[in-house]
Design a protein around this ligand. Sequence first.
Ligand SMILES: Nc1ncnc2c1ncn2[C@@H]1O[C@H](COP(=O)(O)OP(=O)(O)OP(=O)(O)O)[C@@H](O)[C@H]1O
Length: 700
Amino acid sequence: MNQAVDSRARTARVDQSWRAVLYCLDTKDQERTYVYAGTWEHDTAIERAKTIKVNLNAVNGAVELIAETMPAETLAARPDVGAPVVGLPKPPAALPYLESQFNYTIADLVEMLGFDEASARGLLSATSETEVLAIAEKFENAWQQTAALGLAVGDSLDKIRDDLGLNEKVEPVPGETEDDHIVRALQHPASKMQFTFVEDDEELRRIIEGGDFGAWRVFLHPEQARYATRKYNGPFRLTGGAGTGKTVVLLHRARHLARATPEASVVLTTFTKALAENLRRDLERLDPEVQLAEGLGEPGVLVRGLDQLSNAVRGKAGTSYADAAAVIFGAAIEPARSLVGAADGWREAIDDVSPDLPTSLLMPSFFEGEYLHVILPARLTTEQEYFAVRRPGRGVALDRKKRAAVWAVVDRYRKSARISSSLSFPEIAAISAVWLEQRGADAGVLAEHVLIDEAQDLTPLHWQFLRALAGEGKDDLFIAEDTHQRIYGQHVVLSRYGIKITGRSRRLTLNYRTTEENLRYALGLLSGAQYVDSESEQEGVHGYRSARRGPQPLPLAAASNAEMNQQIAEVVREWLADDVDPSTIAILARTKGEAVAARDALNAQGVHVDVITTQQTGGDKPVALTMHTAKGMEFSRVVLYDISDGVVPNEYALRNAAPEEREDALLRERSLLYVAASRARDALVVSWHGKVSELLAEGP
Ligand SMILES: Nc1ncnc2c1ncn2[C@@H]1O[C@H](COP(=O)(O)OP(=O)(O)OP(=O)(O)O)[C@@H](O)[C@H]1O
């Protein structure tokens, strides 16, 4: 380049109209290294190559691409500052936001964080959080964007420095050239958010073909990178709101552990089989070379749902499983011929026994909860034991007479199961835990490392099982959870099941999935409710932020069901006309019946939609699915379907809960709406007809 501010700048032709911008670094001992900055339309590429240089930030040590002066448009990014209107009195001058709210100074931004002075002044002149975010979005470098987001929510300078790894500066060594130093500084945590060092062609091909959505495979936030590789002396818990990259950390960590110790058995698991299948697919995308295990105790990464894992133990155990079952049931059992769900069989047992209990307790859901949270985990085999057991967190108090009545139902449930030779999945988890405790080590089926996603939904039996599966020791359990997304079961306190986190718990706050607008909306749904995490601490939403901006969520209020469907059809039709990939559009409904109704109504209006009941996507039409199925998934555009009074919260779910458990059932309904709203990457539409759901009325 002639007259470029950086003599290392080059451009390379991609085709007639596009050019790549590169910087050529000559290091002493290595081959020539090119920094690829991006590809732009011809004139833009030339302009950028002339004005932007590769720089080593003197304060924080990150490699950055920086203009000699800050581009005017960055400073001009003040969305709500219009031109003054002649003739009207001047509005009072708005206060600089960062200074008035959090006392940041220019010296803080320049000397502590490493912003150039023009950028720092730009940030400090912003008069609202929105303006700060608008400026942040325009920054060239990942470290600048992330630091500015931290400033916007009032993080301390120490926290921002620590999150970005700014204290891990790569110091120069005597005699090296600047190019040498830059190449080494590409390993700085903040540089790695933006640059990756690629040395082989296959990896380069994977990165290029991965496209934008695959960025997580390559560029981790320094915090994510830390959690993916750090050693822990025992169980570690990673929390964070929807879309903060918990799953991404788990995938990287699984690969890291498998690479670090190829002979180790690593288990990566989650609540359902469908979610586990997604984990496996993504792990293979992250690294096709990763060694996948196919059975317990094998070296490599075994990716399975929890029920699959505990059933696999049953398979391994053979005849000795009956002995383990005796610990749970009080007597050995015949091998089961059929497997049933946790909810099955309780209605019949209640009707057979007709126990003397208040009607409010004669609910299958109450018995299922009692069985999963008290009877199975405490391994109770007799009525006497049930009289004596503590029942923490169960809401309903039971005196001796009531306990006798409950036990009669449990006894009948178990007898019927023996006659039909069936076992439920929670029972399998319970027996498998016992078997692992008794024989797991000798049988060589324990795992050195167990990584768990969606942990907020697990039951005590899952935890007992996982505790037994992971041999106790360093890096034994790595738990990713978001208390706000608990949509199944009851709140669980981990320490009751031998899992001691004590101080080994961290929280991710940067949302990579949704726009700031969708994030605020989803978080607004949680306001007013109290959440407690698995260490019995209150869980808030403070500090959550997103680096992307987009349209405000669109509320669609209709007078009738027909009008609602018409409005939704119009929105979806517009998206399709705008060439949005149909498979990235989803209609999320509270129940399967509602999903089917949405499909039928849209189809009738010529907008063709498929109902999906598993997490299979990638078809050629928009999809309608339940909010439960959508857990763990994401879409570009989401319609929340029929969030009307009487539909959400689901009346049946509330009616089916005993009065003392109703509050928790309502909390799960709220969480479900949060899960659904947080699936939208770019656009979110919320529809209802008639009276709006109480959860929306008081929320965002
Ligand atoms: N470092 C990163 N760079 C780019 N994208 C990222 C990064 N980390 C995560 N993402 C993207 O953010 C989205 C959310 O990530 P992920 O599913 O891991 O979040 P999560 O915390 O598990 O979410 P949820 O709790 O809602 O399931 C994904 O699209 C992922 O690709």
